[in-house]
Design a protein around this ligand. Structure first.
Ligand code: C2E
Ligand code: MG
Ligand code: MG
Length: 615
């Protein structure tokens, strides 16, 4: 039987002249090898067929095939190898392999150990280490992958080696793109949360080793939703993109500006010496956002709020640091937006509580968890009940009653005060209607209105619609607003107040004295009454300066011809003082706590105990 032809017979030695790829192979090394003449022809045929097959294969395959002799000199390159290395076989033949096939590590550009040398040394197939490139003759690179194998003669002696190189540029580019897109935000091209977390992890490791700090800045655009809603998402997207670029430009190259969606950017400052460094970066970011942004030939102005957390004080892992920076950002918004705020541990508790309340409030109307209680206002000369203030009560299914001081600010922030306020108005008007229908003594019903409701363009419309629905005369209704509404939104407030006055609805200023409004200021608005804040009333018996404030407010109200009502009256000495100074009306636990409507009806029917005013 014929001996199997070893792969070594494929190896062709270069000829001085002509292309070795077409030269006939000379597999017989010595005369001893010569077979008998009759088998010789058969063998030569077999060898020829084998060689042909090898030649065709080598020409057709898409991989580079390179052979060396045992001393590492090039003996063969197929056409793909010529193209890949930039060396024609004619020139490469006889040169040391390392000169023609330079394989480098892609990451550090160091030459890797020549796989052919290894294959020869170890007499086995060796694979290239991953992530290698071939440095071509013209200096460019090509990403390669593959293996080298020793070549043996028919006695099993190593005569050289063959390396097969596979061009993996495309698959490496695809892989690199896939990694890139999984780590970057598609709109801005900035790192996303995945990459940010990774970088924070690295920064923490370095900072921990050198006892240094890092800072996380959480930036959220103020009222970005308005732009998105009014101008459309395409404008919103362009604005986000531009702000991303400006933020990145405003910081150091070593800082990471990331975005994972929405109008939030999270920034990592990996080297922070003092807290002030983070403050400087925050100020730069605020300035970058505050620039005029021209988009689709329109100018936009926007501001941002930033929260800052610092490693290691505010957290020792990426998740905690980002969460705490977010909480601090929320606080920055509370503080009036367009500013930055460092995280403080107490914020967390508040954030959790706030979240609890907001979630609870979302379903509170439909689940019937609200009720109105009514507290009487008493005429201090006659002792008659002149009105009722409607005060909202919320009973949480798990926690029980939650005070308005806790939930009203949350409802105002998240906008839920609009449906809640509308519910209060409707409920109070129907109640007033019911008392009238019962024939009870006439009383005004006052509702508290928040700034958010006042700013809502539909406030008046909603109010008149409810009056019509309930058939209630407008002069039964009173609206309590705080000084803040008048001071911060003077123009719109004046318009609304005039409309209320024109329709016969009364307006009183609640918590008066806490907002520092001036006398001249009050003259600009059509107001019926001032309610002295209970903090001043509380000071009456303690004497001191606040007594002067109460008498000054009463005097001022009288000069402006405004009714004056003292809030939170609890004791007879407070009452005496107020009566003595000519205060018109009072409200407080001394007369009655806020009570459910049926109890208030009883109060209206029977009146307050006669001796209460004589105390
Ligand atoms: P406010 O309008 O100044 O209401 C007076 C608050 O003082 C009420 O607190 C009332 O229960 C309380 N109060 C009355 N008399 C006394 C007293 O003698 N001593 C003491 N210590 N407190 C007294 P409440 O019901 O907890 O409401 C707090 C605030 O929540 C209200 O202050 C008002 O600003 C707001 N609020 C209540 N209901 C509503 C509502 O329906 N809508 C809006 N927007 N705000 C409301
Ligand atoms: Mg009030
Ligand atoms: Mg008040």
């Amino acid at each position: 039987m014929m001996k199997p032809v070893r792969s070594s017979t494929l190896v062709t030695r270069p000829l001085r002249n002509g292309d070795p790829r077409t030269a006939p192979a000379t597999p017989f090394q010595s005369d001893d090898d010569f077979p008998l003449p009759q088998t010789r022809e058969l063998l030569e045929d077999a060898l020829f067929a084998e060689k042909e097959r090898a030649q065709v294969t080598l020409k057709c395959i898409g991989d580079a095939v390179i052979c060396t002799d045992i001393s590492g000199k090039i003996t063969y390159l197929n056409i793909v190898a010529e193209k890949m290395t930039g060396w024609p076989l004619q020139e490469a033949a006889g040169r040391p392999m390392v000169e023609v096939v330079r394989i480098l590590d892609a990451a550090d550009r160091h030459t890797v150990r020549n796989p052919m040398t290894l294959a020869i040394e170890q007499d086995q197939i060796v694979h290239l280490s991953p992530n290698c490139v071939l440095a071509r003759r013209d200096g460019s690179d090509v990403a390669v992958e593959d293996s080298a194998a020793p070549i043996h003669d028919r006695h099993g002696r190593i005569t050289g080696a063959v390396i097969v190189l596979h061009d993996v540029t495309l698959s490496r580019t695809i892989a690199a793109d896939a990694i890139r897109s999984s780590q970057h935000d598609s709109l801005t091209g900035l790192p996303n949360r995945v990459l940010l977390n990774d970088r924070i992890g690295q920064a923490i490791a370095i900072a921990a080793r050198h006892a240094k700090s890092i800072a996380i800045l959480f930036l959220d655009l103020d009222h970005f939703k308005n732009i998105n809603d009014s101008m459309g998402h395409s404008v919103g997207d362009k604005l986000i993109k531009r702000i991303g670029t400006l933020l990145a430009e405003s910081l150091r190259i070593t800082d990471t500006v990331s975005r994972d969606g929405g109008d939030e950017f999270v920034v990592l400052l990996p080297h922070v010496e003092r807290a002030e460094d983070a403050a400087i970066a925050a100020r730069k970011m605020l300035l970058a956002v505050a620039e005029t942004h021209s988009i689709d030939s329109r100018d936009f102005h926007i501001t941002a709020s930033i929260g800052v957390s610092v490693y290691p004080d505010d957290g020792t892992d990426a998740e905690t640091l980002i969460k705490n920076a977010d909480t601090a950002m929320y606080q920055a918004k509370q503080n009036g937006r367009q500013g930055f705020q460092f995280f403080k541990p107490a914020m967390n508790v508040r954030a959790v509580e706030r979240q609890f309340i907001e979630e609870g409030l979302r379903r509170s109307i439909e689940r019937d968890q609200f009720a109105l209680h009514y507290q009487p206002k008493v005429n201090l000369r006659t002792g008659a009940i002149t009105g009722a203030e409607a005060l909202l009560r919320w009973t949480h299914p798990v926690r029980g009653p939650i005070s308005p001081a806790q939930f009203i600010p949350v409802a105002e922030e998240c906008g839920l005060i609009l449906p809640i306020g509308a519910w209060v108005l409707r409920q109070a008007c129907w109640q007033a209607r019911a008392w009238l229908d019962e024939g009870l003594p006439a009383t005004t019903v006052a509702i508290n209105v928040s700034a958010v409701e006042f700013r809502d363009g539909k406030f008046l419309e909603g109010l008149f619609a409810v009056l019509e629905e309930t058939g209630l005369s407008p002069n039964v209704l009173e609206v309590e607003v705080t000084e803040g509404i008048l001071m911060k939104h003077a123009e719109s407030a004046a318009t609304i107040l005039h409309a209320l006055r024109a329709s016969g609805i009364r307006v009183s200023i609640d918590d008066f004295g806490t907002g520092y409004s001036s006398l001249s200021y009050l003259r600009r608005f059509p107001i019926d009454a001032l309610k002295i804040d209970q903090s001043f009333v509380r000071q009456i018996t303690a004497a001191g300066e606040d007594t002067a404030i109460v008498s000054a407010i009463i005097g001022m109200a009288q000069s402006l011809k405004l009714r004056v009502i003292a809030e939170g009256v609890e004791t007879s000495s407070e009452l005496d003082f107020l009566k003595a100074h000519g205060c018109d009306e009072a409200q407080g636990y001394y007369f009655s706590r806020p009570v459910p409507p049926e109890d208030f009806a009883t109060l209206l029917r029977t009146g307050l105990p006669k001796n209460l005013l004589d105390a």
